[in-house]
Design a binder for this molecule. Structure first.
Ligand code: FES
Length: 290
């Protein structure tokens, strides 16, 4: 007897089809609509048609371009700038980058969909990333992720990867994601909020953390800069910082190392190990201007 999964597959008819069918092979964890290059939206009203990237953002985009020998090199920071405006990389954001950098929208999309830091759906006020990579998973990261997704879910439905509890962008809204190694295995299991570290987490501590965020509090990260919100951090990642030195220091600076981090350097110093020196006349690779 033939089971449904053994039925011979039908040859698909040629032509455009909805994202759900085009991406039928994607796993349940993939939001096929969010990654679809095909627009799946209602026709826009007048207010939606207004360009969110006005002259001020355009001036900042030009400032980014001026920082590089080739305009296209500004694409990564420019995508962060776009996220600081809208909380994600929308189709309008992709078109904006393409215009500024003389690229095609396909080229910008290819980059925006490759890196997980670029979000294709509007993000919450805070982005909570739980490391579920090998080291953290073994130390309890999977349990933390499961606990948070149940705690932030509604009506018994756990919150999924890259889904938001609350209205995206509104105060107290939280987007949850599981993340690959966050480069802090010596403090595992780790959670990041807007890319700031909360080390040595437990499920209970992580629940306390998200509850505080939902109440509008900004708990102090274990290391690094004070907590702000997703869009403000995206502005920093785009490369825009306060000009006054003391404001800059208090906004983005903070102790980022701990005894564990320095253990290797300390061992090397104790034993007199050094790395080979870079020769003064080491040739630099030729860069050909395009
Ligand atoms: S495995 Fe979690 S920080 Fe490396």
């Amino acid at each position: 007897m033939t089971t449904p999964s053994q039925q011979p597959s039908k040859t698909p008819e040629p032509g455009a089809r909805p994202a759900e069918q085009t991406y039928a092979a994607a796993s349940e964890d993939v939001d096929v609509k969010a990654i679809s290059p095909v627009a799946d939206e209602e026709p826009k009203g007048e207010s939606q048609l207004s360009d969110p990237f006005g002259p001020e953002v355009e001036a900042e985009a030009k400032e980014l371009v001026a920082r590089y020998p080739q305009a296209r090199s500004a694409l990564l920071p420019m995508l962060h700038l776009v996220q600081s405006v809208q909380g994600y990389v929308s189709q309008e954001g992709i078109a904006f980058c393409a215009r500024q950098l003389d690229l095609t929208e396909a080229e910008v999309s290819a980059v925006a969909t490759f890196y997980t830091m670029y979000k294709r759906k509007p993000c919450g006020q805070h982005l909570v990333s739980v490391c579920t990579n090998t080291m953290c998973a073994m130390l309890g990261g999977d349990e933390i992720y499961r606990t948070l997704s149940e705690h932030l879910g509604e009506d018994g439905k756990p919150l999924g990867h890259e889904e938001t509890a609350g209205e995206p962008g509104e105060p107290g809204s939280i987007t949850l994601e599981h993340a690959e190694c966050l480069a802090a295995c010596d403090f595992g299991p780790v959670v990041q909020v807007n890319y700031e570290y909360f080390d040595n987490q437990t499920p209970d501590k992580a629940v306390e953390l998200v509850d505080a965020l939902r109440r509008g509090e900004k708990p102090q990260p274990t290391r690094g800069a004070p907590l702000t919100d997703f869009r403000s951090v995206e502005r920093q990642l785009a490369g825009f910082f306060p000009e006054e030195e003391d404001v800059f220091r208090s906004d983005v600076d903070g102790p980022s190392q701990a005894v564990e981090t320095l253990r290797g350097a300390q061992l090397a110093a104790d034993r007199g190990w050094t790395a080979p020196m870079m020769p003064d006349d080491a040739p630099l690779p030729e860069v050909e201007a395009k």
